[in-house]
Design a protein around this ligand. Structure first.
Ligand code: HEM
Length: 437
């Protein structure tokens, strides 16, 4: 090759460099056709967890209220701010509190970072709880989403535990005594209570061992467990056919044809679609499958492309979540009380707010309040989709057919909220009733 051709080749490579780098990262140009839109979702690492198309109902803000997404985005903020905080924090009883003071006084944006982490953690506990309520009141836990509900209950428990383990880390009076109260509640469990408490604390009292254990649980074990559970949660949403939605109008199962195929026999059709809902499609048949399956494509296509519809909705929720956390973190500082003083417990010593309902119940009966009632509640929560087998009401808020189920669940939620309010505002020294006014 002559020198001139070589130079020309190099020059054109330089000229095309930006376009080539761009197309090596993003395999599609900005989509302008339906094929591009589908292809964009398929070929992008971050987008491919979305289906190419989603049902319109998924995008109705009033249906999901975006609460699951907000919980997820708060978790992302927690991971980022948490990693930055790890650069400064030392899990040692002699250094932890000083590091908090450093964050407040010397580290650039340190206090802001801590505020973001703290308010996101409180926000996540609240949002996950509200997301669970939304799922219940729209009956979204029913078949085939039973197991995803169970994964959800685990997510709620791990979120609570994650927040609880973080509470101890500043090593101030609030942290120390809240964890002392919290872990003593665990000690009320029959037979194994004291063992659980000892395993948690690594000692009989809250001290260096407990701080180290809580730190490891908080920065490594629980985030990994939560990430894994979230991955399963999101994967199940896809496998369960996307988000729940009301049945299509018409016959009870309009648009869905159940076909049973046994080798060597003619297919047996279980339900006919509404005549006007049929949209003819032709599929190539690769082979027969034994058993029941749901034939697709018999309903009017009521779906939209994930790109850009779902993506823009998610982006909006993300920007909103980050903006709210930034604003709250600018306005309010995370609490930091006096350094730990094991000789002077505050009176009353209160658990973190989300456990104040528990603490209130414990004040009536240590065992029933701390272990019995919460244990039964968690067991019932897990069993909800297996006890309620009525398929009615899915995809509608407060469906009339579900009056009893919704009333029971709402009463439980309100009871918990009332106990938390009493514990927060109406309890004074020695857990006596006081007026906050
Ligand atoms: C870390 C906690 C959690 C995260 C990040 C999360 C995330 C999500 C997201 C993003 C969705 C999609 C729809 C939406 O935003 O509502 C969803 C759906 C769902 N979640 Fe969660 N979730 C969490 C906890 C829970 C809990 C505590 C439950 C119930 C006990 C639960 C049960 C479900 C179910 C059954 C669905 C499917 C809902 C439907 O099809 O309409 N999730 N979750």
């Amino acid at each position: 090759m002559s020198e001139t051709t070589k130079e020309e080749g190099l020059w054109s490579a330089v000229k095309e460099l930006p376009a080539n780098v761009w197309s090596s990262v993003f395999r599609n140009p900005v989509p302008v056709s339906d094929l591009d839109r589908a292809s964009t979702s398929f070929t992008n690492f971050f987008l491919h967890i979305h289906p190419v198309k989603v049902h319109r109902n998924t995008l109705r803000p009033i249906y999901t209220l975006g609460l699951g997404l907000v919980s997820f985005f708060l978790f992302l903020i927690l991971v980022v701010t948490g990693i930055l905080l790890m650069f400064y924090y030392v899990p040692s009883t002699t250094q932890a509190y000083d590091r908090m003071l450093d964050l407040r006084g010397t580290v650039a944006f340190g206090i802001f970072l801590r505020n973001m982490h703290r308010w996101s953690a409180h926000g996540m506990v609240a949002m996950v709880f509200l997301h669970m309520c939304r799922v219940f009141f729209t009956a979204a836990y029913k078949k085939p989403r039973e197991f995803n509900w169970v994964i959800g209950v685990l997510l709620l428990l791990v979120t609570l535990f994650l927040s609880f383990t973080g509470y101890l880390l500043p090593w101030d009076q609030l942290a120390f005594w809240a964890i002392t109260v919290g872990t003593s509640i665990a000690g009320y469990a029959p037979l194994v209570g004291q063992e659980i408490k000892f395993v948690l604390l690594g000692d009989t009292t809250v001290g260096q061992e407990a701080l180290l254990r809580f730190y490891v649980l908080h920065v490594a074990v629980l985030p990994v467990v939560l990430t894994l559970l979230m991955a399963i949660h999101f994967w199940r949403i896809r496998k369960d056919g996307g988000l729940s939605r009301p049945e299509p109008q018409g016959t009870p199962e309009a648009g869905i044809v159940k076909i049973r195929i046994e080798p060597g026999q003619a297919p047996e059709v279980a339900a006919q679609p509404a005549a006007d809902a049929v949209q003819k499609r032709v599929f190539g048949l690769q082979g027969f499958v034994r058993g029941n399956f749901t034939k697709v494509g018999n309903v009017p296509d009521d779906s939209v492309y994930s790109w850009p519809n779902l993506l823009m909705a998610e982006l909006f929720v993300f920007v909103l979540t980050v903006s709210i956390i930034l604003t709250v973190s600018l306005l309010f500082n995370a609490p930091l009380e006096e350094p730990v003083n094991v000789m002077h417990p505050p009176n009353p010593a209160k658990a973190p707010w989300y456990f104040l309902g528990l603490q209130e119940m414990v004040s009536y009966s240590a065992f029933w309040g701390g272990i019995g009632v919460p244990g039964v509640m968690v067991a019932l929560l897990v069993l909800v989709p297996y006890l309620d087998r009525n398929p009615k009401g899915v995809g509608r808020w407060f469906a009339r057919e579900r009056l009893l189920a919704n009333t029971i669940f709402l009463s439980m939620v309100l009871l918990n909220v009332i106990f938390i309010i009493i514990g927060t505002f109406f309890r004074g020294p020695n857990w006596q009733f006081v007026s906050p006014f």
